[in-house]
Design a protein around this ligand. Structure first.
Ligand code: ZN
Length: 137
């Protein structure tokens, strides 16, 4: 995956740490891509999913003030929603708690990229673990 070098160097270890903690959370680890999520990815291609993820972050997470924070991410219906619950990037409260990114301020470009990277890493990993080798992305 293409990743901004700066974000990668600065945050990669941190994401690895959070990932270990997430694996211990009963709530977080119950989220898995469902059959419809897999079909959706296969049908639309990973680049479309990347664009959707970016769009969701910018519209639903990046603003400084979010009226329905904590409720803006549906439980299912899109692979990105599932990934957000699994990675604790579902709302600004969770992002603050798990990643230390302060809420009530607009997300910076590098923070948007970081959250995007986390969501997409999770989706690609899930997808590649579940699908046969010939259809890996
Ligand atoms: Zn949340």
């Amino acid at each position: 995956m293409n990743m901004d070098k700066f974000v990668m160097c600065r945050n990669y270890r941190f994401w690895e740490n959070v990932r270990r903690e997430l694996a211990k959370s009963k709530f977080r680890k119950k989220f898995k891509l469902c059959r419809n999520d897999f079909l959706y990815i296969k049908k639309n291609g990973i680049d479309v999913i990347k664009n959707h993820a970016y769009d969701f972050i910018v519209k639903r997470l990046a603003p400084a003030e979010i009226k329905n924070d904590g409720k803006q991410t549906p439980w299912s219906g899109h692979p990105v929603f599932t990934a957000q619950h699994a990675t604790a990037t579902c709302c600004r409260k969770c992002i603050e708690k798990w990643y230390g990114i302060e809420r009530n301020v607009y997300l910076k470009e590098k923070q948007i990229k970081y959250v995007h990277y986390i969501i997409m890493s999770w989706i690609v990993e899930q997808y590649n673990n579940e699908c046969n080798p010939g259809s890996k992305i």
